[in-house]
Design a protein around this ligand. Sequence first.
Ligand code: HEM
Length: 474
Amino acid sequence: MAIVDNPKTLDLDDIQGMVIRGYGKLYQTAYFLLKVKDATGAKKWIKDTLPKVDSADLSTHPDETLHLAFTSVGLASLGLEKENIMAFPVPFREGMVTEDRSRILGDYAENAPENWRWGGEHKKDLHILLIFHSKTDEALDAFMAAEREIIESEDVLEITTEMKGHLREDNKEPFGFHDGISQPVVKGSGRSGPDNDIVETGEFLLGYKNEHDQYPFSPLLEKNQGNISLLSDDPEGTDKKDLGKNGSFMVYRQIEQHVDKFWSYMEDKTKNEDGTINEDAKVKLASKCIGRWPSGASLALFPDKDPGGNPSNDDFGYAEHDPDGLKCPFGSHLRRNNPRDAFRWYNPKQSLKISRRHRIIRRGRNYQLPAKNGEEKGEIGLHFICFNTNLQLQFEFIQHAWSNNNQLRNLSNDIDIVIGVPPQGDPNSENGQFTIQAEPTNQFIDSWERFVTIKGGEYFFFPSMSVLNYLSTI
Ligand code: HEM
């Protein structure tokens, strides 16, 4: 495969930046969860905030950025008519927490929404998400303080939760693995990338054709309200206006990572016969679980040893390099969540086509909370954020059908060791294992444990710049 050109055809000025840009040099992030107290004031605040919201125009290099996202309760709290809310897809309308969705996502027991810090049962007060990016922590604090002052100067919005996140300079997530390497490249964005990563625009932006050669389900205005001249026409040719065009749906899950437990597990499973620690075997097992070495090097390309450096290479498939999973196990986090060109019953071209229908753009950031009474260190984890146009076919499918699936391919009672959760009540979940394909026989690491816990989450609508403007007029 090769890096291919991807000419710019999209109106990047109308797209909120985060869909297209990772802001890799803006290391610091913050999140304000806002409750609308006064709709008229909140709409004025959106209008005033709009000039600060960064677009996807790649020629600019801002030192700080703002982005805005809305829950369905939030859109209602601004006064969007019920008929227009009903035009949105069901998962967004209902939100991340329903009985069915919790079952699909594995949000039960320690992950149960009633234990969440935000989202879940707090969702009636979760209306708007404001995301900040800055270069330094000092700049972020100043940026947040300025916004806090604006928000608190009038009794219009209430900040119900404030959270901070960061990107390490070496791009490692808290378990110590290079993250943010495999990313789809949005067709028409002007960004180039490996052929396998160029994905139809409609998988990530509403109003364009997706990998099924169809327009994704976009909210079309059912009842006229506000300044509809700000809205695009339905690309499918009805006389309705499209609230979705150049927007996306955003998944946000705050995921605690049990870093010490993760590494003790890897250590225990790989000890030498005399009980001493085998450092190389420990790192190799963890890398087999992830699917990349800590440096980010792909196991499919470097099966034996971490080459080190910063090999953030995504230009590979499994069909040519590792059809039998002997290098990168079928059950690894990477291979489950994007099987690329190597599905069991399909040729590489067909496989890539299927994989491209289930991709997400990830924009995660690490977090560390201050230590609480008696704790050595505070909670550590990931603000997992991703963009997609179809929550069911993309994020939910990945989490449910690939990560939580304990019978994927011919694996038996394996789940994604990083984020998988077996079906609730599964009698076999006590005997979970992780299979490493090997010659002459497979190896089985028994008794997986849970290394992450969900702490909060919700689905958001991430409107275009013109729809943000529109929302201020309803
Ligand atoms: C704390 C939780 C998580 C950790 C520590 C984690 C870690 C990682 C790491 C280290 C990579 C490899 C770097 C890269 O290729 O960019 C990766 C890739 C990936 N992760 Fe996660 N991840 C987490 C949660 C999730 C969740 C919740 C999902 C979706 C349901 C997800 C989906 C993916 C996908 C799609 C890839 C790229 C696979 C590919 O294209 O080859 N991850 N993750």
